[in-house]
Write a protein that binds this ligand. Structure first.
Ligand code: GDP
Length: 439
């Protein structure tokens, strides 16, 4: 699903990863490329343009906070906009609590209406509804037969008539429902290969007769902009309530999925991703966005960082580094911050591309615990000025923290090493505010 689109977006975003900060020039390049990729994937032109404009507006106003890269930040912005474009939250099917739930299923021939009707019947039966399927696709005898077979598989009865009159089938099915005490009706209507007036009129008439509680439009997502155009035409005549994207399992490009909600203004409610009767899912915009970007983990990483990192704290730390006043107390704060974001290995595991390589290298979270224990055993004065740590104090600290004197010595040595490096970098002007690495 969406492999082609995912791969291309990933490649475009890689180009920005690792650069110092977001600039007008480097986001413009990346965004221009992403726009081209969207158009290649058959996303509606206006949808692609508006999308890129919004991402750009958000990105340019954003500061790159400590601990995430500009590439990760822009990935998150694109992700948020994509979720929004796909409809924000998910949208449930309406189940009538006071009377019968009547679901009218419409769409072009071959879009997957009959398959979807049976899948939905299965799903609602599992939710303890008394479901009846109605075969109103009277032009193709095979369609009625197909629905009967599927109905048997999901153990749901199918209503059909010998007469070739879809309007009659619809009205008779309503009577049957009352007689037999069903509470949920799923009506599978006839489609044509193309949108034509006669079909539209029939669907509109059936809608008038049955007064559905919900009309769902099924569309083959692999047909790209054709899918969007037929959705527009159906919506103008039938005014449906929701969209079902079918055959998503075969859709490498994703153009229909991305554009349809925004062009038609109706929510996507279900996605169908296989021929089997259990291959039906409620549509979640966030899950699809993660799938398209292939970067769900980066998004949660940035979210965690944004929740955790206090900008003011970060500035204070930077100031301390610059003045070479970074002490063990600050070190401890940083460790706590990392811990708040999860373990070091889980954080690193979240970074796509890095995950598997680093996992093999076995990040030792325990080392961090040891360091924290050692610093915790120091007095405040010792943390601020490690030079006062003599042999006997080091021994006490080792005992207090459940470590060895070697561990304590190593940490102090490393820390002094780091301070020396900071002071050298300072002299070379590494922390000048004009330096892009620390902006
Ligand atoms: P209808 O004419 O709109 O009723 O369409 P059908 O339900 O008969 O579906 C047309 C074809 O698409 C059938 O061969 C189905 O098995 C197939 N199909 C339907 N939904 C899916 C899906 O989600 N994935 C795949 N791969 N095939 C599907």
């Amino acid at each position: 699903m969406f492999e082609e689109l995912s791969l291309k977006i990933d490649a475009a975003l890689k180009k920005i990863t690792g650069q110092g900060r977001l600039t007008e020039a480097n986001i413009s390049d990346t965004l221009r490329e992403i726009r081209r990729i969207l158009l290649d994937a058959d996303v509606n032109y206006k949808v692609a343009k508006d999308f890129i404009d919004k991402v750009k507006e958000k990105a340019l106003g954003k500061e790159v906070i400590a601990s995430i890269t500009p590439g990760q930040l822009i990935t998150k912005i694109i992700y948020d906009e994509l979720v929004e474009l796909l409809g924000g939250g998910h949208s449930e099917i309406f189940l009538n609590p006071t009377g019968a739930t009547i679901i009218l299923v419409v769409g072009l021939q071959g879009s997957g209406k009959t398959t979807f009707s049976a899948k939905l019947a299965k799903r609602l039966k599992e939710r303890k509804r008394k479901v009846l399927l109605v075969a109103a696709d009277i032009y193709r005898p095979a369609a009625i037969e197909q629905l009967k077979i599927l109905g048997q598989q999901v153990d749901v009865p199918v209503f059909s008539l010998e007469q070739k009159d879809a309007r009659l089938v619809a009205s008779e099915s309503l009577k049957y429902v009352k007689e037999k005490g069903f509470d949920t009706l799923i009506i599978d209507t006839a489609g044509r290969l193309h949108v034509d007036e006669e079909m539209m009129k029939e669907v509109a008439d059936i809608k008038e007769i049955v007064k559905p509680t919900e009309t769902l439009f099924v569309v083959d997502s692999m047909t790209g902009q054709d899918a969007v155009n037929s959705a527009k035409a159906f919506n103008e005549t039938v005014n449906f309530d929701g969209i079902v994207l079918s055959k998503l399992d075969g859709d490498a490009r994703g153009g229909a999925a991305i554009s349809i909600r925004s062009v038609v203004g109706k929510p996507i409610k279900f996605v169908s991703n296989g021929e089997k009767l259990e291959n039906l899912d409620v549509f979640y915009p966030d899950r699809l966005a993660s799938r398209i970007l292939g970067k769900g983990d980066i998004v949660s990483l940035v979210e965690k960082a944004q929740e955790t990192i206090d900008e003011f704290e970060a500035k204070k730390m930077e100031e301390k580094l610059r003045k070479n006043k970074f002490d063990f107390e600050d070190f401890l704060k940083q460790i706590k911050l990392i811990k708040k974001m999860g373990s070091l290995s889980s954080l690193i595991g979240m970074i796509p591309g890095l995950g598997s390589q680093i996992k093999n290298a076995q990040i030792d979270d325990k080392a961090l615990v040891k360091v924290e224990a050692i610093i915790n055993s120091m007095t405040k004065q010792e943390r601020e000025n490690p030079k006062v740590l003599n042999g006997s104090r080091r021994k006490r600290i080792a005992r207090g923290s459940g470590t060895t004197i070697q561990d304590v010595n190593r940490l102090i040595k490393q820390f002094q090493e780091m301070q020396r490096m900071m002071s050298m970098m300072n002299k070379k002007g590494f922390f000048n505010s004009s330096n892009k690495n620390f902006k």
